[in-house]
Structures are given as structure tokens and as C-alpha cells.
Design a protein around this ligand. Structure first.
Ligand SMILES: [Zn+2]
Length: 153
């Protein structure tokens, strides 16, 4: 996949992020098949669902696995997300065997795909997806900045 492909995927994730509830931090995730066709998308819904695990990535992986691939395996798939995944989501991406992870904004405080940890590329793991981070970083970070500015106002 080229950078332009990844930018298209992140744009889809930005659209997904905008569908988050007013109370939820706007993070969006989209799963694409090996040909780059969208399979499933989701927004962070921790508040809306009263569920600490309802991160966008988890919801998108669950939805995608129902309709794509061999049962729970998402081999060949790319997950695009507007924010660097946390430890839970990075672990889930490895368990789901996605082939690629593309993300927008870096998350230096909790990021687990290169910032604070690098869970998905830990050499002790046998399955390691490819990663491209920082795609349309400013747009993705802007979503979050706008949200937190409104929260404070
Ligand atoms: Zn997460």
C-alpha cells in the first residue's frame, strides 16, 4: 500500500471518529481487506456504551471478524485508526492477526505502537503486523484538540 492509500484509509477513520457521541473522545477506526476495500468501521464508544473496552479499534475488529476472513482471523487486513493504539488495542491487533496498522496522531502518554511501548513489533512475538504512523497526523490530532477545548469551555 502506498502513502496515498494509507491517507485514504485515515480519511475514512476521521469520518468514523466524527460519528462518536458528544461525550466520547473522537477516535475512529476502519478495517480494510487486502484489496483496500472497507470491511467495518467504528468510533470510540466508552461513554455511550459504558464500556471501558469500547475503543474504536476493538469495535471495528469485532465487526470486521463477523464478516471477513476465517472466523476471528483478519489476515491480509489493514486497520486504520486516527490515534496510536493503546496497549489493549495493540494486543487485540496482534491477536486478530491484522497484516497492517496505520494510524494518525501519535499518543506519547499511552501509545503502544511505537511511543511508550511497541507491542505490535515486539520481537518476542511470532506475529508482527507492519506499521505506518503519523499519517495525516495534524488532522487527526486536531479532532482531539477540538474535543478537549470544547470539554473545557
Ligand atoms: Zn485502545
Amino acid at each position: 500500500m502506498t502513502l496515498a492509500d494509507d491517507q485514504r484509509m485515515i480519511r475514512a477513520a476521521i469520518v468514523a471518529a466524527r460519528s462518536a457521541s458528544d461525550a466520547d473522545v473522537p477516535v475512529g477506526a476502519v478495517v480494510f481487506d487486502a484489496d483496500g476495500v472497507e470491511v467495518a468501521r467504528a468510533a470510540n464508544a466508552r461513554e455511550a456504551a459504558s464500556d471501558p473496552t469500547a475503543h474504536a479499534e476493538i469495535l471495528a475488529l469485532r465487526a470486521a471478524a463477523k464478516i471477513y476472513g476465517d472466523g476471528w482471523r483478519l489476515e491480509g487486513a489493514t486497520l486504520a485508526v486516527t490515534l496510536e493504539p493503546c496497549t489493549m488495542c495493540a494486543g487485540a491487533l496482534v491477536l486478530a492477526r491484522v497484516s497492517r496498522v496505520v494510524f494518525g496522531a501519535w499518543e506519547p502518554k499511552t501509545g503502544a505502537v511505537g511511543s511508550l511501548w511497541d507491542v505490535v513489533r515486539d520481537k518476542r512475538l511470532t506475529y508482527r503486523p507492519q506499521v505506518r504512523g503519523g499519517v495525516l497526523e495534524d488532522e487527526c490530532a486536531g479532532l482531539l484538540e477540538d474535543f478537549f477545548r470544547e470539554q473545557r469551555a
